[in-house]
Design a protein around this ligand. Structure first.
Ligand SMILES: Cc1cc2nc3c(=O)[nH]c(=O)nc-3n(C[C@H](O)[C@H](O)[C@H](O)COP(=O)(O)OP(=O)(O)OC[C@H]3O[C@@H](n4cnc5c(N)ncnc54)[C@H](O)[C@@H]3O)c2cc1C
Length: 366
């Protein structure tokens, strides 16, 4: 049986970042994905925002890895010429209740080490962003946007330059622990292959719990339940009235239907939150009424004829519909007791921003 040092299951942005990092010190890293290429699931169905790390409870992994990951990601983008822009975002309030919410958000941000937020008055906003309706706002200068596909390509190139191998159309089927690590069964374009590895890293996104259940000896009580929470996007055809990202006060499960730009300057609105039972990326055009209602609160002159259904992404959430915040759940031997195994569960937002910091965290668990 052939053997490698590490098998990483899942070539989304997180699996790619892990493979790139580990390829610097291990000579045989194998990254597999069941799809025809890398990054075809959640990693290509998101807002492509480099988050500042404002909202998450202090000392949570989301807060720590987002703030650290943001700095690492900007540096990586500069070093490797990945298209990105630190455009900044306006977090807007309308009325005294929302202004009090903003003040609390600022406190939370400071606790997370995000100390660069700047209050904007109504008069300042009228001058800088005339299309915006807001009584005040917090400007986050360290929020940005990134071309995620270029970023993933760069991570893959780094891994491959360091002799890692990426194999697409290759599904993880099952694994059994043994004295040297794991015997791993893969299905590659209908061929069954068995490989030995010392380390098995489960970075399978929406499918991470299914993968974990297929690892013999993985105690099932450590495998959480994942809830699929779909977010839809509507694109805005025509010139963007905004040069920055515009965010309302966050909702219970997401950051609210916000306005974001991609690297080409295309404006889009979303995502909303909808808990669903099965993986399904359909966008019901009737959602438009909900979008118009949310957007016109901060953009009253929205031309609704320019708003078109675009795409959807699905968050692998650990929190059920009525539950409070749940953190990333990254488990090594100390948690589940299985040597050589690392599971990444619940890597929803800000997983893209945090990807390099998550890779470092995984490296430190090994
Ligand atoms: C609507 C939405 C908006 C978001 N916006 C942002 C944002 O603006 N900023 C931000 O920082 N984060 C954002 N996120 C979060 C971010 O997109 C994710 O955290 C990140 O993409 C997760 O990457 P991943 O590699 O863990 O998962 P994925 O990209 O889902 O990759 C997992 C991979 O595993 C593979 N796989 C699964 N099972 C198997 C198997 N058995 N065998 C082989 N391969 C397998 C899949 O094919 C897939 O390619 C958003 C998420 C959503 C849904």
């Amino acid at each position: 049986m052939d053997s490698v040092d590490i098998i990483v299951v899942g070539a989304g942005v997180v699996g790619l970042a892990i493979a790139a990092r580990l390829s610097r010190k291990y000579s045989q890293v194998l990254l597999v994905d069941k799809n025809a290429s890398f990054g075809e699931e959640t990693s290509s169905r998101n807002s492509e925002v480099i988050h500042a790390g404002i909202y998450y409870p202090e000392n949570s992994l989301k807060a720590k890895l987002c703030v650290k990951g943001k700095h690492q990601l900007y540096q990586y983008c500069l070093q490797r010429h990945i298209p990105h822009q630190k455009v900044g975002k306006l977090l807007v309030a309308n009325g005294v209740t929302e202004e009090a919410d903003l003040a609390n958000i600022e406190i939370q941000a400071q606790r997370n080490g995000v100390n660069d937020l700047i209050w904007q008055s109504k008069a300042q906003l009228k001058c800088s962003t005339p299309a915006l309706a807001a009584s005040s706002a917090l400007l986050s200068p360290s929020t940005g946007i990134i071309d995620t596909h270029s970023y993933m390509q760069s991570l893959l190139a780094e891994a491959q330059n360091n002799a890692a191998t990426f194999v697409a159309r290759t599904q993880f089927v099952s694994a059994q622990a043994n004295s040297q690590g794991f015997e791993v069964n893969l299905n590659s374009q209908r061929d069954n292959i068995t490989l030995q590895c010392k380390w098995l890293i489960n970075s399978a996104g929406l499918h991470a719990t299914t993968v974990a259940h297929a690892i013999e000896d993985m105690p099932t009580h450590h495998i959480p339940i994942v809830h699929y929470c779909r977010g839809h996007y509507f694109s805005y055809h025509g010139k963007s009235p905004f040069q920055q990202l515009i965010y309302p006060i966050p909702s219970a499960h997401g950051l609210g239907i916000h306005a974001s730009l991609d690297i080409a300057g295309q404006l889009k609105f979303g995502p909303d939150t909808e808990y669903i039972d099965d993986i399904d990326y359909e966008i019901n055009p009737s959602l438009k009424a909900k979008f118009v209602n949310a957007i016109t609160k901060y953009f009253p002159e929205l031309d609704t004829t320019r708003l078109k259904p675009d795409y959807a992404g699905i968050r692998p959430k650990l929190q059920a519909v009525n539950e409070d915040f749940k953190d990333f759940d990254i488990q090594g031997k100390k948690t589940h007791g299985v040597a050589g195994l690392i599971n990444l569960f619940g890597i929803d937002s800000p997983g893209l921003t945090s990807s390099l910091a998550i890779a470092e965290y995984v490296d430190n668990l090994m």
